[in-house]
Every structure is written in C-alpha cells, then in structure tokens.
Design a protein around this ligand. Structure first.
Ligand code: FE2
Ligand code: FE2
Length: 132
C-alpha cells in the first residue's frame, strides 16, 4: 500500500474512504468556529461526541465483519474516548472554568492520536493484500 499522507485539516488519510470521510467530517466540526458561550461549547462537544459515537460504531462493524484481531483493544480505546469527552462535557456543564482555545486543542488531540495509532493499524489490516 502507498504511504499515508496528512490532509490539509491535519487528519492522516488512511486510504479507506468510508473511514476517512468520517474522520474529515468530525474534524470539520472540530475546526469550525467555536462560540465561547458555555452552552454553545457544550452543544458543540455533544455534537462532536455524537458524530464520533456513530463513527466508532461503523468502525466496530467493519472490524467485526473483517475479523480484525485487535478489535477488543480498539473498541476499548473507543470506549475510553467516549468517556473522556463525556467527562469534559460534564465538567463544563457543572460550571468548571474552561478556555476555548485549550478545549479546541484538546479535542484535536483527542481525535488525531486515535486516528494515527489504532485507526492506522485497522486501515493497514483492511487494506492488506489478499492472501494468495
Ligand atoms: Fe477507531
Ligand atoms: Fe476512526
């Protein structure tokens, strides 16, 4: 398979369009302008979380169909990511001080680190040449 490239939105292109489309779509939501009002920040994070959960379900279905050997490890990290963003949403809803710039960076890291590790491993597996 050819080398993976980073797209202009900072997302590693894995070469599996069904997954890449979702990643860019989540990143687009992360990168569109944030209104710093608390309820708007909560709404944005909830929207990102919902989109991510849908995406994780699609990836997990793919992993199941293709009998991906690292399914359990990958799913565990999806669950952790959902828990992490849920905790951030809870804290902000509860009145904790926040900085929009820091939140934006946190959310980018939250998404990118998973794509560049677990999702990359999954793409390498899905795109491997068929055994002859
Ligand atoms: Fe994933
Ligand atoms: Fe993903």
């Amino acid at each position: 398979m050819t080398a993976m490239e980073i797209a202009s939105d900072g997302v590693l292109v894995l070469g599996f369009p069904e997954i890449d489309r979702d990643h860019h779509s989540i990143m687009q939501m992360v990168n569109s302008e944030w209104d710093p009002a608390r309820e708007k920040v909560v709404a944005r994070l909830e929207e990102i979380a919902r989109k991510a959960i849908d995406h994780f379900e699609r990836e997990e279905a793919l992993m199941g169909t293709h009998l991906f050997s690292l399914f359990a490890r990958h799913k565990k990290e999806h669950n952790q990511l959902v828990e992490d963003i849920s905790n951030v949403i809870f804290d902000i809803k509860s009145g904790l001080d926040f900085n929009v710039e820091e939140l934006l960076h946190w959310t980018i890291r939250w998404l990118i680190e998973h794509i560049e590790t677990q999702d990359k491993d999954l793409a390498v597996f899905l795109l491997r040449p068929p055994a002859s």
